[in-house]
Design a protein around this ligand. Structure first.
Ligand SMILES: [Fe+2]
Ligand SMILES: [Fe+2]
Length: 466
């Protein structure tokens, strides 16, 4: 069996400038988030040029959230970019996801005064015909209700392009859809084909913390499905949605391992895509990551795109803490972009404001004193960082969540103090331990420590041994 090479990118969140009139979507606070939608067109043009360089794979997979929020303008321009990619010799396969349609067919743009205005968006039923030339036209089978499809990329390889949005908020596969998936995998096996697969939502949580805070964003019964996939000969799945760059695995009772290969949003932080070589004869899948370096047509203030999007995103996280203390209305607007609704944040002002004030002043020296008996850090070791604020460190943990491969040395002063502090949190949170376990984490420290040092699989570059 000849090896097969593919490029995988996801969560392109293309946002057409035609929705902005003369406004600047960056002036709208929630636009300052983990994504850089204002630059989506420039980033995608640049990435598609990179993908078309000599030696790059011919097959390109995109696993959903193609647009900002399903605007007709965004879809129209996105499809033009995909068509251009095809004209340059690429074979392009896409699936859509919940950001590609609106139930009422209305998304938002901005007028020249930066006020939000309604713009037309696709409904879910518009998507099948619109993107049919990027997969479905070639399909050997389509599961019509979900728009899942199977394509024989060659006599030796079959692609399962799965759609898990189920047409409403919760992500997953119905038993009936899963039976269709199983049939496709079994048929591939009979044909002697190797199966590769993509879907939008995480099958496995990209991080214990993600499971704790966003369990509703995981594929329904993900771990069960993952083991079923492993047992039916689907060893890995490309996923998106979380915008987290991660590789996780789980092994079924029969000893088959399934890998969830989640790729960060190419228009966000970190701006990554992956190239993957499937080499079943040598029992290997080689996964590597490309971080988009600089996009000359974008003004990133002299920074690389990665550094720029990191600054934007992390700036927002520290702005949240800063405004919570000094400018509560601005905080409410920012927090709304992270799913804390303004009415709720108004109600919680009494606790949020003093908590922010406290956290903003917290230093390593203070935590060192609290955890003196557990942290093993001597007075002379803490001395140089005694007055360092904790906020930038906490913000860097958020960056590590998205970037993956956290690598703070375990013998560093920061690691020892932070881990002693998290262990303390475990004791304080003991009354809630059942609740935490129900949410899928053993303890708070087990959710937080991987953001300092990753002991699980490498996230960016990794070779799976089949
Ligand atoms: Fe997304
Ligand atoms: Fe998504």
């Amino acid at each position: 069996m000849k090896p097969l090479d593919v490029v995988i990118l996801t969560d392109t969140h293309y946002y057409s400038k035609r929705n902005w009139v003369d406004g600047d979507p960056f002036a709208y606070p929630p636009a300052r988030e983990q994504l850089f939608r204002r630059g989506s067109e420039e980033i995608l043009r640049y990435v598609f040029d990179e993908i078309c360089a000599d030696g790059m794979p011919q097959i390109v997979l995109i696993s959903g959230d193609l647009t900002n929020n399903g605007e007709v303008t965004s879809h129209t321009e996105m499809r033009e970019l995909l068509r251009a990619l095809k004209q340059r010799g690429k074979r392009v396969y896409v699936t859509t996801a919940t950001h590609d349609y609106r139930g009422e067919g209305v998304s938002y743009g901005f007028d020249k005064d930066n006020h939000k205005v309604d713009v037309p968006a696709f409904k879910r039923e518009d998507l099948r015909a619109f993107y049919r030339e990027f997969g479905m036209d070639e399909a050997v089978s389509v599961h019509e209700p979900t728009m899942c499809y199977a394509v024989d990329l060659s006599p030796e390889y079959r692609l399962l392009a799965l759609n898990d949005d189920k047409g409403y908020d919760h992500a997953g596969f119905t038993d009936e859809c899963f039976a269709w998936i199983r049939t496709q995998a079994e048929e591939a096996k009979r044909n002697g084909q190797f199966v590769l697969a993509m879907t939008h939502h995480p099958v496995l949580s990209p991080s214990p913390l993600y499971r704790l805070i966003a369990s509703g964003d995981l594929l329904e019964n993900g771990e069960t499905r993952a083991k079923q996939f492993a047992d039916m000969g689907v060893p890995c799945m490309f996923t998106g949605h979380s915008h987290i760059h991660n590789i996780s695995c789980i092994t079924s009772d029969s000893g088959n391992t399934f890998y969830d290969i989640s790729t960060s949003a190419v228009v966000g932080f970190p701006p990554n895509y992956r190239t993957v070589r499937f080499d079943p004869d040598n029992h290997r899948i080689e996964i590597s990551t490309t971080t988009v370096d600089s996009v000359p047509s974008l003004d990133t203030g002299g920074l690389s795109l990665s550094a720029f999007t990191e600054k934007q995103f992390l700036g927002t996280v520290s702005d949240i803490l800063d405004t919570a203390e000094h400018d509560y209305p601005a905080f409410q607007e920012l927090a709304n972009g992270f799913s804390l609704r303004p009415d709720k944040s108004a109600k919680l002002k009494w606790i949020i404001q003093p908590a922010a004030k406290y956290v903003n002043r917290l230093t390593f020296g203070k935590i060192w004193r609290w955890t003196k008996r557990q942290n093993g850090v001597t007075e002379s070791e803490i001395q140089p960082q005694k007055n360092n604020k904790v906020v930038p460190f906490a913000v860097s943990m958020v960056a590590n969540l998205y970037r993956g491969d956290a690598s703070l040395p375990k013998d560093s002063v920061e690691y020892r103090i932070a881990s002693a502090f998290f262990k303390k949190l475990d004791r304080v949170s003991k009354p809630f331990s059942k609740k935490l376990q129900n949410a899928g984490v053993d303890s708070l420290s087990s959710a937080l420590l991987p953001l300092l040092h990753n002991d699980s699989l490498p996230d960016a570059n990794y070779t799976i041994n089949l």
